[in-house]
Design a protein around this ligand. Structure first.
Ligand code: AMP
Length: 291
């Protein structure tokens, strides 16, 4: 595996790959890799000649009171996971390498889709995400870029940015990988105490409830579904504090009036604090009646 810490070194490698006419799949990550990340590497490997991954904890997307400093990092473990997954090239740029002039004066802001959900709870977060992804796209120059649907709002933001700015890349959204009890894999799960970990599958159960309720009564409204999901989350996860539960159109992430059966595609999304950990999860529903 080729390991790059300097962007200029990657540039020479890229020139060689391009000369050979090979296509590139790219998976950006913040490291502390788990099987969810590996599923993206595997998908990229299936669909491209060369798979590139980056490990960069991007300070720009963390708020002042968030977990940038204590975000879990383990470079040796990540290198082993990347090697095992058969990734061809791994980028490990430092903050100085990515932002040599300090905080960038140019930022990418995607409006609308960033207003609700994590965009409302984490002001500036998606500016940081869109800006670093745009930078990484310029650096890596992939044909395809891979994201997990666990971060569905991130997918919506990047797809909109790519469409609005004619970025020459295909965005591929991949399914969420889960533990056996339904908890979505996340680097932040290491923050959970055993007691919190035992209650954390409540997010998954709440999504299952949403699915059951919508299947049983497609005329249910977004408000009704949201309240039912919140009630169950509260009773199943007393150690958790709900940040948000929302039911919105997908991918535009706009509020919904009236019965959900009239909406082509919607998302049930939630964020719940368990002590130091803030967990997110979601499910996207397609309405077969409206195809
Ligand atoms: P992160 O390192 O948390 O920034 O995640 C890097 C990429 O992996 C993002 O596109 C995430 O959506 C994706 N990802 C994180 N967790 C999972 C998971 N459990 N299943 C699938 N993809 C995931």
């Amino acid at each position: 595996m080729n390991i790059f810490r300097k962007l200029d070194d990657y540039k020479s490698y890229l020139a060689k790959i391009r000369k050979e006419g090979r296509c590139i799949g790219f998976v950006p990550t913040m490291g502390y890799l788990h099987a969810g990340h590996v599923s993206l590497f595997e998908r990229a490997k299936q669909e491209n000649d060369i798979t590139v991954a980056s490990v960069f904890v991007n300070p720009l997307q963390f708020g002042p009171n968030e977990d940038f400093e204590r975000y879990p990092r383990d470079e040796a473990r990540d290198l082993a996971a990347l090697e095992k997954a058969g990734v061809d090239a791994a980028l490990f740029p430092s903050v100085e390498e990515m932002y040599p002039q300090g905080t960038p004066k140019t930022k990418v802001t995607v409006s609308g889709v960033t207003e609700r959900l994590c965009g409302a709870s984490r002001p500036g977060h998606f500016d940081g995400v869109a800006t670093v992804v745009m930078k990484l796209l310029q650096i890596v120059s992939p044909d395809r870029i891979y994201f997990g649907m666990k971060d569905a709002q991130q997918v919506a933001v990047i797809e909109r940015m790519v469409a609005d700015l004619n970025v020459p890349v295909t965005v591929v959204a991949c399914p969420t990988l889960r533990e056996a009890d339904g908890l979505a894999l996340s680097s932040r799960n290491v923050y959970l105490t055993p007691e919190e970990r035992a209650q954390a599958p409540a997010l998954y159960h709440a999504l299952e409830l949403a699915e059951e309720l919508f299947a049983a009564r497609p005329e249910i409204t977004a408000d009704e579904l949201q309240r039912a999901v919140e009630d169950q989350l509260r009773s199943q996860a007393p150690l958790g504090t709900i940040d948000y539960v929302d039911v919105l159109t997908f991918p535009d992430l706009e509020p919904i009036d009236g019965p959900l059966k009239q909406v082509q595609r919607f998302i049930v999304a939630m964020a719940v604090y368990f002590g130091k950990a803030r967990l997110i999860d979601n499910r996207v529903f397609d309405n077969p009646m409206l195809k």
